[in-house]
Design a protein around this ligand. Structure first.
Ligand code: GDG
Length: 735
């Protein structure tokens, strides 16, 4: 069993240097907590930047620092000020962050910072390589390190690498604007498993992989040369116990033990028990929509003047990336807006907005969560948003209303919150009104469901699910290794062929008998191939089938005059001995195991819906759900399924309040097995190069000789390198 190496931009510890003494204090962030189960004991290491530049670390303290970090299972990557500027403030936060959050206009495409990003990613990769053995497991985190997976893969081809993106992955239309889009995708594809918070990011990523790299994608797997990369969603949870426990303890505190902030909040509550606190907590970041929220608050006060002097908006904006110009501008905009709104609406006894621009200790965070009647979290775009989950976890009596932006990843799992579009002021104002007037029983009913879900899907489960999935991917790799068709093997196979009484051959065309051509019509058979096929076809007791995804018209032109047997369009049509093509019927349902979890997640998130399992289809019924919500989910499901399916083997039918995923009834596996059943053969051979041929390799009996062209992961027993070797192999049957 190898060790686990976790790698993120920042280490889960904070270094403090005072009077030449070094202390490393563990961070309390969600990631650090979630990884506890993964990063514990002596067999794991966390690599990252310490947060201090080379210029800030006196050289003589280096060994001390390393020692302090080692105590926490950590090891640092050294970065100088210029590197931090180009890599972190530059490419990560002035290019990727705005682009991935759909702020195209903020995205700067600077060659210099891209070069620094590459160089620093290489530094991180080198730090891993220094420590890693082939049997180790590497988990790389987030958008600052997207090139690292491939950099590690190059040097340690067999190592197991997982990558998790904590921010959204944008749609292809946005992502394609990045000058280095190929490099980023190729960097990520060094991983065995790539995780996102939600399906939408997953499908955006797959779509970019398909369209920019032209790679084959089937369900949630990407086929790249000799590798299969799995993509999946793992919605990150919180340390539920920590927040609920802190809230319970907070409740028990007597007045004297309470923080000053809490005492002040209490005073205000006491003066006006009817008054409501709205809470807004975010890093000060344009993606979080703080300025919009302020405008919306102003709109609300004008639309519902009865709430003047009755509500108070508490804004905690945590300083962040203040070196980046947009953040400076945003800070000024928010300062001004708060000033203006307060100036406009304040009375002698009421200030509508309390604005804190700072980071608060955990205790105060709990004060704010537990004292606020309404959490108003309306990012314009947010990978997940953990604050929303933390607020719910602290509601010990289950009251409290969460108003959450649809654009936050967490909205996917938090249906019971009031979900709003952060750009729709009318809707926001009405929702605030709805929240203020929501009966406590309804608040409790909603939060009860939310709390149960958050407790189950906590951050530890998130980390464990990811690691298990990575491990499963590793096991899969180890389980299936096909043998190279060596000269000795080839001789053996051709002997078996020659000694056999009745023989059946399935030959794929493109990429197997003939190479690929940009224009498929130009990949027509050459004279040498015809000669080879003619000879095989003419052999006595040999049934030769060309089996292809091609259309029947092309094959009619190329091969019908030759009277070869042909199966085309993956098994839809068959032609034998020069007869016209006719339909061949097939059914198959092993895709169900992959689609079922997707449907189950929709059942989880759509109360009243359920799955019906039929022989060859899975149906998701939503008749019993809230009608509007049900159709909303149905649209979402269509999008998810369409991108996951990605092939023509399945179809999604939209029925009356039901969506049915059906096998399109055909694949090469079914077709070949059907032919096999028509006679009794003692030599069965199938050869092909892509995933559609895998169906044959899987379904033909164990005794069949199955051969993959190329080194991709396969169910075939053997592999050859290229079409030249395919022809040699077939030729050997004749000589
Ligand atoms: C990125 C993605 C994704 C906030 N203020 C204080 C404070 N916090 C803590 C909260 C929460 C965390 O910071 C913020 O997490 P979010 O998820 O809301 O947002 P990002 O920082 O933007 O995180 C995001 C996340 O990665 C995980 O993948 O959800 O979408 O953008 O835990 O409690 N903590 C303390 N004082 C504060 O003033 N102590």
């Amino acid at each position: 069993m190898g060790k686990t190496i976790i790698i993120s931009n920042r280490l889960p510890v904070q270094l403090q240097i005072s009077n030449g003494n070094i202390t490393a204090i563990p961070s309390v962030g969600g990631l650090a907590t979630g990884m506890k189960s993964v990063h514990s004991g002596g067999d794991s290491l966390w690599i990252g930047w310490s947060g201090l530049t080379d210029e800030e670390i006196p050289e003589e303290l280096e060994p001390e620092i390393d020692k302090a970090l080692a105590k926490h299972g950590s090891s640092k990557v050294r970065l100088n000020t210029a590197e931090v500027e180009g890599f972190y403030f530059g490419f990560s936060n002035r290019t990727v962050w705005p682009l991935f959050h759909y702020f195209l206009e903020y995205s700067e495409f600077e060659l210099a910072s891209w070069n620094t990003y590459k160089a620093v990613n290489q530094k991180f990769a080198d730090a891993i390589l220094k420590e890693a053995n082939e049997d180790d497991t590497i988990w790389i985190h987030d958008y600052q390190l997207m090139l690292v997976p491939q950099m590690v893969r190059e040097k340690r081809p067999g190592i197991s690498i997982g990558f998790f993106l904590h921010i959204p992955f944008p749609s292809f239309e946005i992502f394609r604007t990045l000058p280095w889009r190929r490099e980023i995708l190729e960097g990520l594809l060094g991983s065995d498993l790539i995780g996102f918070h939600i399906y939408d990011y997953e499908r955006h990523f797959l779509s970019s992989v398909r369209r920019i790299l032209g790679l084959e994608v089937s369900f949630n797997e990407i086929y790249q040369e000799n590798r299969v990369i799995k993509v999946d969603s793992f919605p990150m949870g919180i340390d539920y116990k920590k927040f609920s426990k802190a809230a319970q303890e907070h409740e028990q505190k007597g007045a004297k033990q309470q923080s000053e902030l809490q005492q002040r909040l209490n005073e205000h509550k006491k003066n006006d028990p009817e008054a409501k606190f709205f809470l807004s907590i975010d890093r000060l970041d344009y993606s979080k929509g703080i300025a919009k929220r302020l405008y919306a608050f102003e709109y609300f006060l004008n639309k519902y003047p009865q709430y003047k002097e009755k509500v108070r908006l508490i804004i905690l904006a945590v300083p962040s990336r203040s070196n980046v110009p947009q953040y400076k501008l945003l800070k000024r905009e928010i300062d001004e807006l708060v000033g203006r709104i307060n100036g406009e609406f304040s009375t002698v006894s009421w200030t509508p907005i309390w604005y804190f621009y700072r980071s608060m200790p955990f205790e105060n965070l709990i004060d704010l969560y537990t004292s606020s009647d309404i959490a108003w979290l309306t990012p314009l775009r947010d990978g997940m948003n953990l604050v929303a989950k933390e607020y719910i976890a602290t509601r010990t009596d289950k009251t409290g209303v969460l108003i959450l932006s649809e654009m936050a990843g967490s909205a996917n799992e938090m249906n019971e919150a009031l979900l709003i579009n952060p750009n729709n002021f009318e809707q926001i104002a009405d929702t605030l009104h709805e929240a203020i007037t929501m009966p406590p029983e309804e608040q409790q009913a909603r939060n009860q469901v939310l709390q149960q879900r958050l407790e189950r899907y906590n951050v530890e489960k998130w980390a464990n699910d990811f690691m298990q999935s990575l491990q499963a991917q590793k096991d899969r790799d180890a389980a299936k290794v096909s043998a190279k068709m060596t000269d000795a093997l080839l001789l053996k196979v051709s002997q078996t062929y020659k000694n056999a009484g009745k023989r059946l051959l399935f030959l794929d065309y493109d990429g197997t008998l003939a190479g690929f051509h940009n224009d498929p019509q130009k990949a027509s058979p050459d004279a040498e191939l015809y000669k080879l096929l003619d000879a095989l076809h003419a052999q006595e007791d040999t049934d030769l089938y060309l089996i292809s995804g091609r259309d029947k018209d092309t094959f009619t032109r190329w091969f019908l005059p030759k009277q070869y047997n042909m199966i085309v369009e993956h098994g839809v049509w068959i032609s034998r001995k020069g007869e016209d093509f006719r339909l061949l019927e097939n059914v198959k349902n092993d895709w169900m195991d992959k689609i079922r979890p997707v449907l189950e997640s929709f059942v989880d998130r759509t109360p009243g819906s359920f799955i019906e399992e039929k022989n060859y289809s899975l149906a998701w019924h939503y008749r019993k759900t809230d009608p509007d919500f049900g159709s909303l989910r149905a649209t979402e499901l269509t999008t998810v399924l369409t991108s996951l399916i990605g092939t023509d083997d399945l179809s999604v039918l939209n029925g009356n309040k039901v969506m049915e995923v059906k096998s399109s009834n055909v694949n090469k596996g079914r077709a070949s097995v059907r032919i096999l059943g028509e006679d009794s053969y003692d030599f069965v051979f199938a050869i092909g190069d892509d995933w559609t041929d895998e169906f044959m390799f899987q379904e033909l009996p164990d005794s069949a000789i199955t051969v993959k062209v190329g080194r991709q992961k396969t169910q075939a027993k053997y592999f050859v390198e290229n079409t030249g070797q395919v022809r040699e192999l077939l030729q050997s049957f004749l000589t």
